[in-house]
Design a protein around this ligand. Sequence first.
Ligand code: NAP
Length: 320
Amino acid sequence: MKAIVVHEFGGPEVLKLEDVPTPKPAAGQALVRIHAAGVNPYDTYMRAGTYAQKPPLPYTPGSDGAGVIEAVGAGVKRVKRGDRVYTAKTLSGAYAQYALVLEEHVHLLPAKIDFRQGAGVWVPYGTAYHALYHAAQAHASETVLVHGASGGVGSAAIQMGRAMGLTVLGTAGTPKGLELARREGAHQVFDHRRAGYQDEVLRATDNRGVDVILEMLANVNLAHDTKLLANRGRVIVIGNRGEVTINPRELMARRASIRGFTLWGITPAEETDIHAGVIAGLENGTLRPVVGKELPLAEAARAHAEILQPGAAGKLVLIC
Ligand code: NAP
């Protein structure tokens, strides 16, 4: 099979398309014919060797894939050959024509979701779900600011926030991203490249502040975020690429809090909750992964360069 293989940590150029043996599923594993693989920012940090998790070399990147079960190992009951599935973590890497996956990490893909969309389910929707339901414990009638609404996680959070009954404010940095956030359900959108946009956000809440902020770039925004919160507001740190100084007094005055998480640290019970909630949303049409760009598997290096550029517009997926 064709697969992307990383032999050394480094820039996007270390992603090489190679012919490798197709793996065979052992007991408790499934082999998935991957039709599309989702590219996530953490894939690039891992490839660079700067991520908290360093895979043993050589490795094939990718946790998020969608395709069809090709074969199952002994004892596998939840899926069978021919089932359409999405993956949430893989054993052998999703940037490949086939991937080995633990039985508990393959999930049936609702019929209305195609494989390209399926490749954008686990990390984006899992993160948005965990942020809104578990971390923020947001409830209908609250206001959420999705700070970075044009990308994979942000567009998922906009759709989910709307389905939950929240008032949803979203930011993006380009007209295309702003249009996407509006189209996916944001009540109001703001350009995070425009000076003073934070004042516009406050005005949109009649200066009360927002109850929840889902933050995609905390090192840039956290100090300002604390000033945008309502009483008992919560900032949920999802993305961060550096250090930042904040004034804790802003939190004290509002009885506010800052919470962070990584999707890798959640409990099995939370994971079960996420898949049940996300699959229900995919089935009833409230959750609709937005595929912004498709590239062939061979262009994984280009995908890694592009995912870190400004101007997000939904998910970037590799066609395997
Ligand atoms: P993505 O698809 O590449 O989108 C990046 C988003 O960040 C875009 O909406 C982008 O907006 C926005 N952004 C850029 N500059 C910003 C600014 N100054 N203020 C606010 N937003 C800004 O990435 P993603 O998959 O949505 O992931 C977003 C971040 O969350 C990444 O850093 C990722 O590593 C992290 N993440 C963390 C977890 C976790 O477990 N904690 C899980 C998933 C993702 P424009 O391009 O329109 O400017």
